[in-house]
Design a protein around this ligand. Structure first.
Ligand SMILES: [Zn+2]
Length: 267
């Protein structure tokens, strides 16, 4: 199976880009509201109404490659901006909530989470604490991150939460196996790939990430299944892998430092 999933984060009002609002993706992934609308319009022009899906309603598919739109971190803009923009076009999205941040300033509260769910959007886990590097956590730590965050969200929604996305993009097979062991059935990573795999019964889906500088046309081209923008992300991703592996912790420290200064791109 294949699927095209596009990953967004927070949407902010024009010119408002807080340097440190508690999320780990300060700056690089935040889109201005107008820019976000341009991305969504670009997708609309590319694929129209029928092609955007939610995975809760289509866990298995054949033939047409579905398109999923995802939003990480649980920012309040999911409620105040994104959901409305999607609904105007007849679409629904996937909102992944970092449960330790719930109800903090700038993040969704339980009432908003319930309402988004009632309006047909998928609510999923983005871990409890948004660990800086999930793949480095022990098995017990991973289980705790997945189980507790899903339990909190299930309690808010009064139904099982079985969808999640990996915090900070550090996926490993162990991260997927722990998600499956915690009852998660669908896990979105940050690997720029359309391939869908299966780890212990949990579907693993890659995503194409959108950053603040990404032109709106890229969302439309990815949604239209064009190969170029997807290949470009895949090549950059593969190129970074050996650097990460070689530099180990120092790569990680340097990246954090650069991210905090808004210089580097993260995941
Ligand atoms: Zn995140």
């Amino acid at each position: 199976m294949r699927a095209i999933s596009i990953g967004y984060h927070d949407i902010v009002d024009e010119g408002q880009r807080p340097p440190n609002d508690g999320s780990r993706h300060s700056g690089r992934y935040k889109l201005d509201r107008g820019h976000f609308r341009a991305h969504i319009d670009s997708i609309w022009r590319s694929v129209g109404h029928a092609s955007v899906h939610v995975i809760d309603r289509a866990r298995r598919w054949q033939g047409e490659v579905p398109l999923f739109l995802t939003f990480d971190d649980g920012a309040v803009s999911s409620y105040t901006c994104v959901a409305g923009e999607l609904e105007q076009r007849g679409w629904r999205g996937h909102f992944f909530v970092t449960t330790d941040w719930t109800a903090r300033p700038g993040f969704l509260d339980p009432r908003q989470i319930r309402e988004l769910h009632a309006r047909g959007h998928v609510i999923g886990s983005h871990s409890c604490s948004h660990p800086a590097r999930m793949s480095k956590l022990s098995w017990e730590e991973l289980l705790k991150e997945w189980k507790e965050s899903c339990a909190i969200l299930s309690d808010i929604l009064q139904e099982p939460v079985v969808t999640a996305s990996v915090a900070d993009g550090y996926y490993s097979r162990k991260v997927g196996k722990a998600a499956a062991a915690a009852g998660i059935q669908v896990l979105f990573t940050s690997e720029p790939s359309a391939k869908v795999s299966n780890v212990d019964g949990c579907l693993i889906l890659g995503r194409y990430s959108i950053q603040s500088h990404t032109p709106a046309s890229v969302s439309g081209a990815i949604a239209a299944r064009n190969r170029w923008p997807r290949l470009r992300q895949a090549i950059l991703w593969q190129a970074k892998k050996p650097v990460k592996a070689l530099a180990g912790e120092s790569y990680f420290t340097i990246r954090r430092l650069l991210l905090s200064r808004g210089i580097a791109s993260g995941n």
